[in-house]
Design a protein around this ligand. Structure first.
Ligand SMILES: Nc1ncnc2c1ncn2[C@@H]1O[C@H](COP(=O)(O)OP(=O)(O)O)[C@@H](O)[C@H]1O
Ligand SMILES: [Mg+2]
Length: 325
């Protein structure tokens, strides 16, 4: 007897999976979790039957899981070799952990990205920045959570930073120097896709800085509001359900082409109305206050989608059930 197929969630952060567990419970869906910190992958064995949802995160090393992505890559290769249904496959993982890979893939779909130069080795960062005329930012190639994001207006200030104890290199040794896109309002937009389809767009107020993980556990508390200034009265995350823009169709094709079923893609618009895409999160999280206000729930959409995929799988495996049901 084979065990009944289930949904498997591959991840390395319990806090982010909590709302998904609640959504599975709400729909009565069978699932299991594979916590990918350390383990063994036996290529001669067969994986269980099921639908596998990869939620490995680029920032896993910040939670002590330095080799989570490498482990996930091995597991995904094993699952794919055995023809298992994987949502956010090995290709998606490659994009999750490298902004350079994201930008190359976005460019193939004629999606504009900010001008970016990669510097490998600490000493090269300053040289790379000399190629820019205006303000620029640094960021880590393997990031998430705004790792290594700093704004500079001249090379001297960057040199000072790179030579100081404050400097942190990207975990993969690749620092990006990127043109700073000056938006008329301090807002970025994140477009959420579930099951390859547009779910909603969320406008994120960036007044408080660059660490912009929408998960509630990452929210910056009120204590961080600059004293003396009026506290922002608008929520930092605001959902736009009926966001319409030609970029959505391009994103849709881009994710379909790159093994991505679930993702949040971020863009910023400059003063001229030009749109620049700068971040693809295959491991996406949702802001619960913004979702409660808009009455749309990302994790429920994910659970429902994975449930449908599981149903399709069960039908394919037992055609008599398909006839009956
Ligand atoms: N080129 C840019 N111009 C202006 N702001 C940017 C640019 N790139 C990133 N940012 C700001 O920094 C934040 C973090 O950068 P991002 O590329 O999304 O990295 P991460 O993967 O760490 O989320 C963004 O949400 C945005 O507010
Ligand atoms: Mg981001």
């Amino acid at each position: 007897m084979h065990p009944t197929p289930k949904i498997y969630v591959l991840h390395e952060n319990d806090a982010w999976v909590e709302p998904l567990r609640a959504a599975f419970a709400g729909l009565g869906l069978p699932y299991a979790e594979w916590f990918l910190d350390q383990g063994v992958v036996d290529f001669s064995s067969a994986p269980p039957e099921g639908v596998f949802y990869n939620r490995m995160s680029a920032s896993s090393h910040t939670r002590g899981h330095r080799y989570g992505p490498e482990y996930a890559a091995a597991v995904l290769a094993w699952l794919e070799t055995h023809g298992r249904r994987v949502v956010n496959d090995g290709r998606a993982l490659q994009l999750e952990i490298s902004k350079i890979a994201q930008y190359a893939a976005l460019a193939k779909h004629n999606i504009r990205v900010p001008r970016t130069v990669a510097a490998i080795g600490r000493r090269m960062i300053v040289d790379a920045a000399r190629k820019f005329t205006g303000s620029f930012i640094t960021k880590h190639n393997r990031a998430g959570k705004g790792l290594g994001v700093h704004l500079f207006h001249d090379v001297g200030a960057l040199k000072h930073y790179v030579e100081s104890d404050e400097f942190r290199d990207s975990i993969d040794g690749v620092t990006l120097i990127q043109e700073y896109i000056r938006a008329p309002e301090l807002v970025i937009t994140r477009v959420e896709f579930v099951g390859g389809k547009f779910l909603y767009a969320v406008r994120v107020d960036t007044t408080l800085g660059f660490e912009l993980c929408p998960a509630d556990v990452c929210e910056i508390g009120d204590a961080f509001c600059p004293a003396g200034e009026a506290a922002p009265t608008t929520p930092r995350f605001h959902i736009v359900k009926h966001f319409e823009h030609p970029i959505i169709e391009r994103y849709r094709r881009f994710i379909a082409d790159n093994g991505i079923g679930i993702a949040g893609i971020e863009f910023i618009m400059d003063r001229a109305g030009e749109l620049y895409t700068f971040d693809v999160n295959t491991n996406t999280n949702y802001n619960s206050a913004a979702e409660a206000e808009a009455r749309v729930y990302g994790m429920r959409a994910i659970a429902a989608y994975l449930g449908d995929e599981l149903k399709k799988l069960s039908r394919a495996q037992s055609p008599e059930l398909a006839i009956a049901g």
